[in-house]
Design a protein around this ligand. Structure first.
Ligand SMILES: Nc1nc2c(ncn2[C@@H]2O[C@H](COP(=O)(O)OP(=O)(O)OP(=O)(O)O)[C@@H](O)[C@H]2O)c(=O)[nH]1
Ligand SMILES: [Mg+2]
Length: 294
């Protein structure tokens, strides 16, 4: 019997629902999701395996004009997603205009490989608005197949997945059939903690934070983890910790609950906060945290 496999890379503006869609396809919370822009900072693979297919999805950071080194590395992940895609999934949300980065937009409109343009969040739209959006996007990206979807409510998600399989080339699998992602366990610990930081703190704080899990010990009935939350300045450290440690404690409890669900096991999570000046602009540090692959 024939076998299909390939890379399906999801790109688009920040906050349009790329990670929500990838998680819906995979059926696991691989990518963190928040209502804040720039939630995703990495390229994260989510692999969906079937008897006759392997879909290697990539969730990527939302496209922005980089202002500091971390954001440049994030855009390098997006660039790499253009390079190896067998199918490009370009996601927009109801009411948005085209990408701010013209070069990326041209890559989509000139793409030689199939492009699926997904108009997401139609659950918060109406028929007239949707029709107008479909017209707009079919003029802007005439080479794309357009699907209105709701990644959150699962509307048209199955149909898009079936189309993806149809478009994939005949190929053997790229990864072992029981593999779900390319990222190690510690990565998901870091991301879960970062999600709680995005949810619990305002303004610049979440963007100044990086999480590094220094210990991950799996015992028979429990996984013991120790993670450091890095901030750029002393004042930010105080805010993260909060009055008598209350804010940090809340992050710890919320992250632990999610991690217990994710790993299906009891978790002990120790958190501490460290100032790491200007890590966002430091090439060497970024490399250590898995950015700057060049
Ligand atoms: N109403 C509605 N909200 C959605 C839908 N899909 C995603 N969202 C919400 O939109 C917000 C952003 O979702 P994400 O999946 O994190 O978006 P993203 O494109 O990965 O964002 P970045 O990683 O920051 O680029 C979250 O609050 C989601 O719950 C949808 O179909 N309908
Ligand atoms: Mg995301």
């Amino acid at each position: 019997m024939s076998h299909k496999a390939g890379f399906v890379n999801i790109i688009g503006n920040p906050n349009v629902g790329k990670s929500t869609l990838m998680n819906a396809f995979v059926g696991e919370k691989l990518s963190i999701i928040t209502s804040k822009a720039q939630t995703t900072r990495h390229r994260i693979l989510g692999i969906v395996n079937g008897e006759n297919f392997q879909v290697v999805l990539s969730d990527t950071p939302g496209i922005i004009k980089p202002a500091y080194e971390l954001q440049s590395s994030m855009m390098d992940f997006v660039k790499s997603a253009f390079e190896d895609a067998d199918v490009l999934v370009y996601m927009v949300e109801i009411g948005e205009k085209e990408l701010k980065d013209e070069a990326f937009f041209k890559k989509i409109t000139n793409s030689k490989i199939p492009v699926l343009l997904l108009i997401n969040k139609i659950d918060i739209s109406n028929q007239d608005q949707l029709e107008e959006q479909v017209k707009l996007w079919s003029e802007k990206v005439p080479n794309a197949l357009i699907y209105p979807i709701s990644a959150l409510e699962g509307f048209n998600v199955k149909e898009v997945f079936e189309k993806i399989i149809e478009l994939l080339p005949e190929s053997p699998a790229f990864y072992p059939k029981d593999q779900l992602t390319d990222k190690p366990e510690r990565f998901f610990v870091n991301e879960n903690i970062r999600e709680k930081i995005l949810l619990n703190y305002k303004k610049e704080i979440p963007y100044a934070v990086e999480v590094d899990t220094e210990e991950f010990f799996e015992e028979e009935n429990i996984i013991r983890m120790r993670s450091v939350i890095m901030v750029e300045r002393e004042t930010q450290k105080g805010i993260i910790i909060g009055h008598k440690g209350s804010a940090l404690k809340k992050v710890g409890v919320e992250a632990r609950k999610d991690l217990e669900k994710f790993f299906g096991k009891q978790v002990h999570l120790e958190l501490y906060v460290k100032v790491n000046k200007n890590w966002r602009s430091d090439q060497r540090q970024l490399k250590r945290f898995g950015y700057n692959q060049k």
